[in-house]
Design a protein around this ligand. Structure first.
Ligand code: 5GP
Length: 137
């Protein structure tokens, strides 16, 4: 069964589109977490970033950059978050890969709190983690 974003892309469900090309669309997130909150979505259905081909990511990020600049021009936010939730554990709720562009007008509008674990890690822990990532490339 097509997911909600595929239905939007197929124009079976309405959305406020701000961009479209052969590979990618962008439309306003229905929640409008902040004014101008936009989703950038590949037309092809990929569940999450783990399925996305790198060439498509390169194009998608180009569109994210273009739209970020347009949103800055349109609304003059003080900042902007680019967010991707991949997998339920990361907060993904629509399982069709997408990136959020969230313009920020005040720091207090949204709180992302990242725990800082540096106090409990040794240099060897960092070295080992970096080694595992590099080995997996
Ligand atoms: P996720 O949590 O998967 O990263 O984000 C999914 C986003 O899709 C949410 O921010 C939610 O507001 C948005 N969304 C869900 N359903 C619809 C819809 O029917 N139309 C639009 N425009 N956005 C939607």
């Amino acid at each position: 069964m097509p997911n909600i974003f595929s239905k939007i892309i197929a124009k079976e469900i309405p959305a406020h589109f701000v961009y479209e090309d052969d590979y990618v669309v962008a439309f306003l997130d229905i929640s409008q977490a902040t004014k101008g909150h936009t989703l950038v979505v590949p037309k092809q259905e990929y569940t999450d970033i783990f399925e996305v081909p790198e060439e498509l990511s390169a194009h998608l990020f180009k569109v994210v950059t273009l739209l970020s600049k347009a949103i800055k021009k349109a609304f003059n936010p003080q900042g902007l978050n680019i967010l991707g939730n991949n997998g339920e554990a990361a907060g993904q709720t629509v399982f069709h890969f997408h990136l959020h562009i969230i313009p920020r007008y005040e720091k207090s509008e949204i709180t992302f709190s990242l725990k800082n674990n540096m106090g409990s890690l040794s240099t060897e822990d960092y070295r080992e983690r970096a080694k595992l990532i590099k080995a997996a490339l």
